[in-house]
Structures are given as C-alpha cells and as structure tokens.
Design a protein around this ligand. Structure first.
Ligand code: DC
Length: 222
C-alpha cells in the first residue's frame, strides 16, 4: 500500500525544510506543491500580467505545461520544459504564487498532477490544502505552524543567506498578507484538516521539529 503524508501550514513554518528531511529519513519522496503555484505565478509575471486578474491568468493555462521531476530525491519544477526551480524563489514569485493560488482554474489545473504523484509513490506532500482537498485520505495529516514573528525571522534569515536584500519588517508584512490571502480565499483556504495533528515549531529547533514530525508519522502508521 502506498503511504501518503499531508503536511499543511502557513508560509515560513519550516514546512519545506522539515518535510524534506523527514521524507529522507522515511525513504519517501518529498513533494513541494507550492512550487507548482510559484511556476504559474512566474509565468504570469513573465507575461506582465496582473497576478490577481483571474481571467488573464486562467487564459495562460492552456498554453503552459508545469511538471515536477525528481533527481536523486530532489524536486525540480519545469515550466514549459524549462527548469525554473531558482526563479520561483524570489519574494515577487511568492506574492504571485499566493495571488494565482486563489484562482479556482489554477487549482484545478494543478490538481491531477498532485494526485497522480501521490497515487504512485510513498510521499510526503507539503502545501496548504493537501489534507483537506488533494489527499483527504492521506494516512497521516500534519498541520505545521509557528508564530508569524518566528516564521518571518526564519524567512528573513534564509533570504539574507542567499544574498537577497530585504528588510525584516517587509518580510513580516508580506507574510501576514500571504497568511491572510491563503486562509481567506474561497477555494481550498488554508485550514487544518479535522483529523490533522498540530505541530507548533515556534519553540522547536530544526532538529526537534524534524524529530517531532518523523515520530508523529511513525506513531500513526505503526
Ligand atoms: O509553500 P509556498 O510558500 O511555496 O507556496 C506558495 C504559495 O502557493 C502560497 O502563498 C500558497 C500557495 N499554495 C497553495 O495555495 N496550495 C498549496 N498546496 C501550496 C501552495
């Protein structure tokens, strides 16, 4: 039987780092679904579209392909065959992703891709609506969160380490805006699935967060 683990939660809770490490420890593939929304967002930005314009963004969908490739367990995202794994990580791409993810046609466009990966692989899938919409039958559902300030500080440190020039207050403001967008949109808003297990990483180190997630999964699947 294929094992599916859903990990949802707000931006910057450490989901991707924690989920990637936990997947490695368990021997599952790690699927970062945010990368898909980011690729659609980057495509809209490249075409100088207003990323909140549902009609304009929806009209791009039959002209693009978005794919995920796994090389040595590392996910790469391809937009029209081009590897955009780096370009999707800028603050502009984050906001574009949040905007396009509120568009129902975009969510529908990316749905089958996510379903099909989960059908065929033991995977740990990270996103906002994995436990509630994409994989409602996942054997384990975790809602990973932390305070907005802790999350903004982590995101800020990450961007600075990459050499991106940012201000902490801007990172915090953007994160609060994204939280609001993600949890107030009409389709598939960010919220814990009823049967999810809450893991708050505000006061946990990275190692402790990974241990907590791995032990939660092991306990649940026996
Ligand atoms: O996880 P992330 O920050 O890379 O996600 C980028 C945006 O995509 C985020 O603002 C919300 C959206 N998203 C979503 O709506 N559903 C998902 N399953 C994953 C991400």
């Amino acid at each position: 039987m294929v094992i599916n683990v859903a990990i949802d939660g707000p931006a910057g809770a450490g989901k991707s780092t924690v989920a990637r490490a936990a997947a490695k420890e368990l021997g599952y593939i790690y699927v970062d679904t945010g990368a898909l929304y980011r690729a659609v967002g980057v495509n809209a930005l490249r075409n100088n579209l207003d990323t909140t314009d549902a009609a304009a963004v929806s009209a791009t969908l039959d002209k693009i392909t978005v794919e995920l490739k796994f090389a040595d367990g590392v996910q790469q995202v391809l937009l029209n065959g081009e590897n955009v794994s780096e370009e999707i990580r800028t603050p502009d791409a984050s906001m574009a992703a949040s905007n396009v993810s509120a568009i129902p046609a975009v969510r529908a466009f990316l749905f089958d891709l996510q379903k099909n990966i989960a059908k065929e692989n033991n995977c740990l899938m990270d996103g906002r609506d994995i436990g509630t919409v994409v994989l409602p039958d996942a054997q384990v559902k975790i809602f990973l969160t932390a305070s907005a300030e802790k999350r903004a500080k982590r995101r800020y440190d990450e961007l600075i380490a990459k050499g991106t020039k940012v201000e902490y207050n801007n990172v915090l403001e953007e994160l609060i805006q994204r939280d609001y967008n993600d949890s107030h949109r009409e389709v598939a808003p960010l919220k814990p699935a009823e049967d999810s297990i809450l893991v708050d990483t505000s006061d946990l180190s990275l190692e402790e967060s990974i241990d907590k997630v791995v032990s939660t999964i092991k306990e649940k699947i026996g």
